[in-house]
Design a protein around this ligand. Sequence first.
Ligand SMILES: [Zn+2]
Length: 221
Amino acid sequence: MELFGYYYNPSTDTHDVKSFNTPFKVICNSSATKDLIEEFVTVIDNKADEFAEKDSGWILLNFIHLEININKFNPLRASSFIELPPEIVRRQAVVNIRNNDDYCFAWSIVAALHTPTGVDFVTSLYPHYSTVLNTAEQDALNLYHTFLKTPKKMNTLTELEQTTDNNAKNCHICDKPLLGDKVADNCHKTGSYRGPAHSLCNINYKIPNFIPVIMHNLRTI
Ligand SMILES: [Zn+2]
């Protein structure tokens, strides 16, 4: 953003156009544009004040115009193929898979494990990563099919389980009084009865109690 003003200096009887600009900033969908504009205005305000204090004598007659320059921001996309500079290619020391998907990391692992059948790094020279690696996507699908897709119905309660359930005062998950809010919690994998529970505790308990952790180069990001 750049603001142009028309100035007059009475001591030299001269007129001049002065402008004050801001640095470029990246604006994404999630950016707080209003805050950014306010920040720009503050920068321009400060620069104009500095100018007035430093080169005293100039009087602002009027603003001429405000210029806003917008350039399309094209961030580096790291997930797919990027052409290497020729000097790096010539060294033949870098594996640079020509993939068209978002699995450059998986393809690179495959390339490290398998000798290519040709000179270039096209994906057809390697076995598909899904046949070599258990990707997170595959792991998630396995978890879904194992635990969530077809939950097993609860087994019929044994006499003892039924008595326990009838007499239960506390939720077996949070250990707080049931106070009339009671459902029979069961394991969705085996169908076995686990105990009496609050309806909300029962729902929350169904969500797998693990967090997938994915590491890249064994470094945290
Ligand atoms: Zn509970």
